[in-house]
Design a protein around this ligand. Structure first.
Ligand SMILES: Cc1ncc(COP(=O)(O)O)c(C=O)c1O
Length: 413
């Protein structure tokens, strides 16, 4: 059982042990991902404790690394997957396929082949469909297992329009068509309708909770319309945010749980949630070394060795990530534009950010990089992906080695 007594609801960059970070950068070079598995376990335990009667699954898409999945499984977690590769990696990490949930979004044939085969041997697997095509394609493959219906609640929430899935037609069965699809699954499909599912959006903090809960209200309503007494679960998705800015407050989980429960209303079926970011975001950071200082007319440009290939969120969503000069946090502060080696002006982590004056060779930390960091890493400009260090029980180990140029070119014929 993870002890939550000393586990704060938020972990800021300044809470990390600075000298440890410096020695990790020295020992393993930069850029470097650092993932604190103890914090992953605490986050999972804290979230679950706030929803004592609910079933909390970890949304693997936030970080599918084996060490992370193992940490979640170690504290009794189960896993929600969005593709066949995630299913396979969850199984490789030790997950029981009977406890996995696969959310199929426009699933390629390969994914459905895999799910149908997995379901044939593991009747506990649940496949969530967001289109009747997916049901038909599963039937064609002889799948007769557990089905959940993803509904489109018509309300999206979250930190950016590109993650507000709840109102995006791409996701889920249109709200008013759900009863008809539920009837069809119950009457014409050999398997079972076990759940209703929705995911409204991501990065929800206190100010977004009301919208988030309006979407959940719709999920609860629909579950009752299709007969929640005949369902095993009502899954209201993930989306629970963490504070990226130093002045943002963490979610009050007790209050969040109360609001979610009120919104979903009375149900015979069990409540399910699938947080991704909340579990891993503040458990991870990136260490990056300063290689260039350039005085420009309007700003000081600080060049670092991490880039949008290492962390794409700032370029993709304009996301703010906290930053700390690990080597010299007490130097006087200046406003810097911090960017990487990729040839696009999108490759900037921060514009005019106050930071302890960086010098060449300093190590900076970029915080909250545990979710959608490594997971979205790429090799643009033929950059080998960095290593990842796992911290656990006071020890540090290489969870994933640094790629070499040979790794980048390995598949070329
Ligand atoms: C179906 C589903 N569940 C869970 C999540 C996890 O969201 P978050 O990491 O914001 O908790 C997502 C994110 O895209 C999702 O699409």
């Amino acid at each position: 059982m993870t002890d939550l007594a000393d586990s704060p609801a938020v972990r800021r960059l300044s809470d990390w042990n600075r000298s440890r970070l410096e020695s990790l950068a020295d020992d393993h070079e930069t850029p470097l991902y650092v993932m604190d598995l103890d914090r992953v376990k605490e986050n999972y335990a804290r979230f679950s404790a706030a929803f004592p009667d609910a079933h909390v699954m970890y949304a693997a898409k936030a970080h599918t690394g084996k060490a992370v999945l193992e940490a979640v499984l170690e504290v009794g977690g189960t896993i929600e997957c969005a593709a066949w590769g995630e299913l396979q990696r969850a199984i490789d990490a030790g997950a029981d396929p009977n406890e996995l949930q696969y959310t199929a979004v426009n699933p390629p044939d390969r994914d459905l082949d895999y799910a149908a085969e997995l379901g044939a041997d593991n009747p506990g697997l649940t496949v969530t469909i967001g289109a009747t095509d997916t049901l038909e394609r599963l039937e064609e493959r002889g799948y007769d297992g557990r089905i959940a219906i993803r509904i489109n609640p018509g309300i999206g929430t979250g930190h950016h329009e590109k993650v507000a899935t709840g109102a995006d037609a791409k996701f889920g069965i249109p709200y008013e068509r759900v009863p008809e699809v539920a009837d069809r699954v119950r009457e014409a499909f050999d398997g079972d309708l076990v759940g209703i599912h929705a995911h409204a959006g991501s990065g929800v903090l206190t100010d977004d909770l009301e919208d988030h809960c309006r979407a959940i209200e719709r999920v609860g309503e629909m579950a009752r319309r299709v007969g929640d007494e005949d369902l095993e679960f009502v899954d209201v998705g993930g989306g629970y945010g963490v504070p990226y800015r130093e002045d943002e407050e963490p979610l009050d989980l007790e209050r969040t749980a109360e609001m979610v429960r009120d919104a979903v209303g009375d149900l015979e079926a069990q409540l399910k949630l699938e947080p991704g970011r909340y579990i891993v975001a503040d458990a991870g950071l990136i260490l990056t070394e300063v290689n260039t200082i350039k005085e420009a007319p309007d700003t000081t440009v600080v060049g670092v060795d991490a880039s949008l290939s290492t962390l794409i969120r700032p370029a993709m969503f304009g996301s703010y990530h906290p930053m700390l000069n690990v080597s010299a946090p007490d130097r006087e502060t200046l406003e810097a534009t911090v960017g990487g080696p990729v040839c696009t002006s999108a490759d900037v982590f921060a514009h005019d950010r106050p930071i302890a004056r960086p010098e060449r060779g300093d190590v900076l930390a970029i915080g909250n990089a545990g979710s959608y960091g490594y997971e979205l890493a790429n090799q643009f400009h033929s950059q080998p992906r960095p290593a990842e260090i796992a911290l656990e029980d006071g020890e540090a180990r290489v969870a994933r080695r640094r790629e070499t140029l040979a790794d980048v070119t390995r598949l070329e014929q």
